[in-house]
Design a protein around this ligand. Structure first.
Ligand SMILES: *Cc1c(COP(=O)(O)O)cnc(C)c1O
Length: 431
């Protein structure tokens, strides 16, 4: 497979952009390769600048639940663009999107649109701090909430639960206000609340972890967080930027039947354009400016193009049978992948929740961050490179999710399973 033009573009890109990219994982560093430059995509297929075609399971990291360049979304975008791309003034479609979100996500009474998942989580945490008058937040190691200062914190060493910045440039002060718990270990959170419950403004969690591979919540974990937050008057934030409109039309909160106080959204909600949102209980949302004192704003928030793509996408996924069909395909694909592992006694493990999943290069159950980090990332890199060569494009990291979209055909999925079988049996693990 020739990737000459990708290579040339990347050399040029490296001179003008840090690492040659606008977001780190795209650079393929964790798999020791050069990135593929994309020229175009349609449905389940993505095509690079050298003319190679791949079946795509990245789906722009989650948004493209309908696949690439869906006819109806493209047409709606054309119609909107012809009428003007930005006004910085209210439009009716923003109201329609807000109504649609509220209809779909059970705990959301009011919503504010922003431009990315990062912006949504940063704003939700400010709001939680604003309404509680407290500064500390609890997050979980291995969960990702975008690149806001409060989230780029890892657990400190030693017995103290004080965090440390995980990136230069994050002030120590931010680290002091972020406490870190262990995902799927309720005891670790109870301990944090025992020590400083009255100072905790919010707990923020991915209800299905999707940024350390895919790890579903253990029974009782999310329920326990709900209880602790209610008991201490802290705000429970479900970061559903990845899981929202993906694992269930109403997000993970509908799948597991737990009502957070605030929800952050992104990815699918923009249908491939930059949109984020945060929403929740009316009495909390009413404290956002201009109806309340907690400030948050955006020049391009509610942008007509972005809102059009999001609204059209949510309309399509709300049609009868959409999720039944998507989940049937996904459950069949992941089920067959698990059978492949078991029949060949491969030292691998697969987690999935409906159409998001992850193949871990480690046997046994993967239920925590430390389970996930024990994966054999060298073996993953070999797997990734071989699949790419075979025309299957998955995320270039062991710790990212794989997404099935409505555009994947039975044939795409069957071909992919064949390629996976071939590659996995040829890797040295299959001895
Ligand atoms: C992708 C993601 C974010 C960040 O969203 P951006 O649009 O990349 O800023 C936040 N939280 C979760 C759970 C995500 O998966």
């Amino acid at each position: 497979m020739n990737r000459k033009l990708s290579k040339q573009h990347f050399e040029k890109a490296n001179k003008v952009m840090p690492g040659g990219v606008n977001s780190p994982v795209r650079a393929f560093r964790s798999v020791n390769l050069d990135p593929v430059f994309i020229a175009s995509a349609k449905g389940s297929k993505i095509r690079d600048v050298d003319g190679n075609e791949y079946i795509d399971y990245v789906g722009s990291w989650g948004p493209l639940i309908l696949g690439h360049a869906h006819e109806e979304v493209v047409q709606a975008l054309k119609d909107t663009a012809a009428r003007g791309t930005s006004f910085g003034a209210p439009t009716e479609i923003e109201v329609l999107l807000a109504e649609k979100i509220i209809e779909m996500v059970p705990s959301v009474d009011m919503v504010r649109l922003v431009n990315s998942g990062t912006e949504a989580t940063m704003s939700a945490v400010r709001l939680a701090r604003g309404v509680t008058g407290r500064d500390k937040i609890v997050k979980f190691e291995g969960c990702y909430h975008g690149h806001g200062d409060s989230f780029l914190i890892k657990a400190g060493s030693g017995a103290l639960t004080l965090g440390e910045p995980s990136s230069p440039g994050v002030p120590k002060g931010s680290a002091q206000d972020t406490l870190t718990g262990e995902f799927n270990n309720l005891g670790s959170v109870e301990k944090l609340f025992d020590e400083s419950g009255k100072e905790i403004a919010a707990v923020i969690v991915e209800p299905v972890a999707g940024n350390m591979g895919v790890i579903p919540p253990r029974p009782g974990f999310l329920e326990g967080l709900r209880k602790l937050c209610s008991q201490y008057g802290s705000v429970l934030i479900f970061d559903e930027v990845m899981t929202g409109f993906r694992v269930h039309p109403g997000g993970a909160q509908a799948l597991y039947n737990i009502a957070p106080d605030l929800t952050t959204m992104g990815k699918v909600i923009g249908g491939g354009l930059p949109v984020g949102a945060y929403g929740g209980k009316r009495e909390i949302m009413k404290t956002v400016a201009p109806s309340g004192p907690v400030y948050q704003a955006g020049t391009l928030s509610g942008n007509p193009l972005a809102v059009t793509a999001g609204l059209k996408t949510l309309e399509i996924i709300s049609r009868p049978g959409f999720f039944d069909e998507l989940n049937r395909k996904a459950n069949d694909f992941f089920g067959k992948s698990i059978a492949l592992i078991e029949e060949n006694e491969l030292p691998l493990s697969l987690n999935h929740v409906n159409s998001m999943g992850c193949l871990f290069f480690k046997p046994g159950r993967i239920e925590t961050y430390s389970d996930a980090t024990e994966s054999d990332t060298d073996m993953f890199s070999q797997y990734f490179a071989s699949l790419l060569k075979a025309g299957v494009y998955i995320a270039p990291s062991q710790f990212e999710a794989l997404f099935i979209s409505a555009a994947h055909s039975e044939e795409d999925l069957a071909v992919t399973l064949d390629k996976m079988r071939e590659v996995l049996l040829s890797l040295s693990i299959a001895s």
